[in-house]
Ligand binder design. Structure first.
Ligand SMILES: [Zn+2]
Length: 416
């Protein structure tokens, strides 16, 4: 049976070409006032002015949901590390008491503690925990999220993380797209030998993850002390050969060449991009690589520097926004907070930030042809908010204004 969501004060459709949005096109929201969206079989049938949608042949027999408020495409969070066994509360206490990263690391904290906890957790509780976290994303209006491995860093534990994503899909309506991030860091047993560890990942983990179809993407952390640009390009090309789409963590801590290395391997997105220069931006634009900015992590770490969204947009690179939800550098799952930080610290306009969190987020996952906009024929993934004006979503911060979340036409969260 069809469902008619109506009485919408402002609907942002982001109607337009089924392609990533760049430059001035990022400000085109496709705003419709006094709107409705008609949905059937998990797909958008019609969206636009209330009176026009009401004339659709399916509207007469449809179930009617008077929503009021604002309607957007559901947020597409293209970068999360949502599988982890424990929050890093001890690290947080140490940090707030003035400890440096080195002191936290020396006390057994940082990624080492996450690796130990993930290796010790069984698959079933890992999947159940992931599904519980997914519910929090849905409550905040996110309908699709990418999920990375990368806290196992051994064959068994990396595959376990990806299987947890596979199993969690049966427990939550949040759409989860898995990424193999075995090349996140060098595990302690390799004593800092990044080349040897990456050879092991390439020979053992990557082919098995590909053969079992456990991941859609392969990602690597390209940074001084982790993996070099040369290793990044070679690894991502091998991943692509095995059918995994390349992604890269690049230019987060310094300008090191990861963005260009990712672009050279055809990366669908280069993520963080805090320290990109003109040549990196040109490489992204020329390769069609999306810049996925993660400014909530800069906020959490108390940094003064934020990703240069204005330069990227001016140079025609499509910009996406994501949470980077993870236990170490960004324990935030709410895309509404990311909108606020993007507007207040990256000089993005509310229109650009909303485009980056929906349409361009979908393209950063290569799925913009089926979700990320409210266009007939696309998946009916919608988020509704208690607001009179869409700019309120980026203006108010620290809360959750989402009132209703719809995934593939089904109501999966309704505020009580
Ligand atoms: Zn990350």
């Amino acid at each position: 049976m069809a469902t008619l969501f109506t009485g919408i004060k402002q609907l942002l459709t982001f109607a337009g070409d089924l392609s990533p949005r760049a430059g001035a096109a990022m400000r085109e929201t496709g705003l419709v006032k006094n709107a409705a969206v008609l949905v059937e079989g998990g797909v958008i049938e019609a969206a636009g002015p209330r009176a026009a949608v009401a004339r659709h042949r399916l509207a007469k027999k449809a179930r009617v949901v008077e929503t009021g408020g604002i309607c957007l495409p559901g947020f597409v969070d293209s970068h999360t590390h949502m599988v982890f066994a424990e929050p890093r509360l001890k690290d947080f206490s140490m940090r707030t008491a003035g400890a440096t990263y080195q002191q936290i690391k020396a006390a057994g904290g940082g990624i080492i503690s996450s690796i130990g906890a993930v290796r010790g957790q069984a698959l079933k509780p890992m999947a159940a925990q992931l599904a519980r976290r997914a519910a929090r994303f849905l409550e905040c209006g996110t309908t699709t999220a990418e999920v990375k491995s990368g806290y196992g860093l051994s064959l068994d534990s990396e595959l376990k993380m990806l299987r947890a994503v596979r199993d969690a899909k049966k427990l939550t309506p949040l759409e989860l797209l898995p990424t193999l991030l075995a090349a996140h860091s060098v595990p302690p047993e390799f004593n800092g030998d990044a080349r040897k560890y990456l050879d092991y990942v390439t020979a053992e983990i990557l082919p098995k993850a590909a053969a079992e179809k456990l991941a859609v993407f392969a990602d690597i952390f390209c940074e001084k002390g982790y993996f070099t640009p040369e290793q990044t390009t070679a690894y991502l090309k091998e991943a692509a050969r095995l059918g995994l789409r390349p992604k890269v963590h690049s230019e987060q801590l310094s300008n090191y060449g990861g963005t260009r290395a990712g672009a050279a391997a055809g990366a669908v997105s280069a993520d963080h991009a805090d320290h990109v220069y003109a040549e990196d931006i040109a490489a992204m634009r020329d390769a069609g690589t999306i810049a996925a900015l993660l400014p909530a992590s800069n906020y959490y770490l108390g940094l003064n520097k934020f990703p240069p969204a204005r330069e990227l947009i001016a140079e025609g690179v499509p910009v996406a926004l994501a949470t980077d939800f993870n236990p170490g550098t960004c324990p935030c799952w709410n895309m509404q907070f990311v909108l606020s930080v993007a507007c207040t610290h990256c000089a993005m306009t509310p229109e650009e930030a909303l485009c980056a969190a929906t349409v361009n987020g979908a393209w950063a996952l290569g799925i913009g042809d089926r979700c990320g906009a409210v266009i007939p024929g696309l998946q009916a993934d919608l988020a509704f908010f208690d607001a009179d004006d869409y700019r309120e979503l980026a203006y108010y911060f620290g809360g959750n204004q989402c009132s209703l979340t719809v995934k593939k036409g089904r109501i999966v969260h309704a505020k009580k």
